[in-house]
Ligand binder design. Structure first.
Ligand SMILES: [Zn+2]
Length: 175
């Protein structure tokens, strides 16, 4: 039951996202404002107009306005306006249900934050940590990589112990 519920939550990794900065860089490199994009076996088109981005994909055509937002260094940064009327401009908008909108409006979540409960979250965190420490998830506790500072390694070890503890506690007292 829980698994089914989780599958219905839209996940960012399974959604077509359009990152304006990346698209503009690609367009500049290609010398064309019209770009072909392929996502999960379907090819579509992105057209970058001066004040608008148009996407034609999978039978729908949607667009988003481009706003030039001043940044701290005094330069203007182009950002996308979400199709739903609310404050805020975004670097990336997502296509879902025929609508191009921001992550918040679509209710998109990262798969890694969808973990069912504290045990699953601890397990994911432990995997990530072991990976960052240069080990494989089956290795147990990775040895300190020579270029890593001792203090940083100790901090990681302590974190790892905490995540392992969360799993252990749960196994001993099943809820
Ligand atoms: Zn939005």
């Amino acid at each position: 039951m829980k698994k089914m519920k989780r599958d219905r939550v839209p996940v960012i990794e399974d959604t077509l996202g359009l990152n304006l900065a990346k698209l503009q860089a690609t367009a500049k490199k290609a010398g064309s404002d019209t770009l072909a994009i392929t996502w999960q076996g379907t090819t579509g088109l992105v057209i970058l107009e001066p004040e608008r981005m148009v996407l034609a994909f999978g039978g729908v055509t949607v667009s988003a306005n481009i706003r030039s937002v001043p940044c701290l260094n005094g330069r203007l940064r182009p950002l996308l306006k979400c199709s739903r009327a609310h404050v805020g401009n975004f670097q990336t908008l997502y296509l879902r249900g025929g609508e191009l909108a921001c992550r918040q409006c679509h209710g998109l979540r990262y798969r890694s934050t969808l973990a069912a409960g504290p045990v699953e979250r601890a397990r994911l965190a432990r995997f990530k940590l072991v990976d960052r420490m240069g080990g494989l998830p089956v290795d147990g506790i990775p040895a300190r990589v020579p270029r890593v500072w001792r203090k940083r390694y100790l901090v990681m070890l302590r974190l790892l112990a905490k995540h392992m503890g969360a799993c252990h506690d749960r196994q001993v007292t099943p809820a």
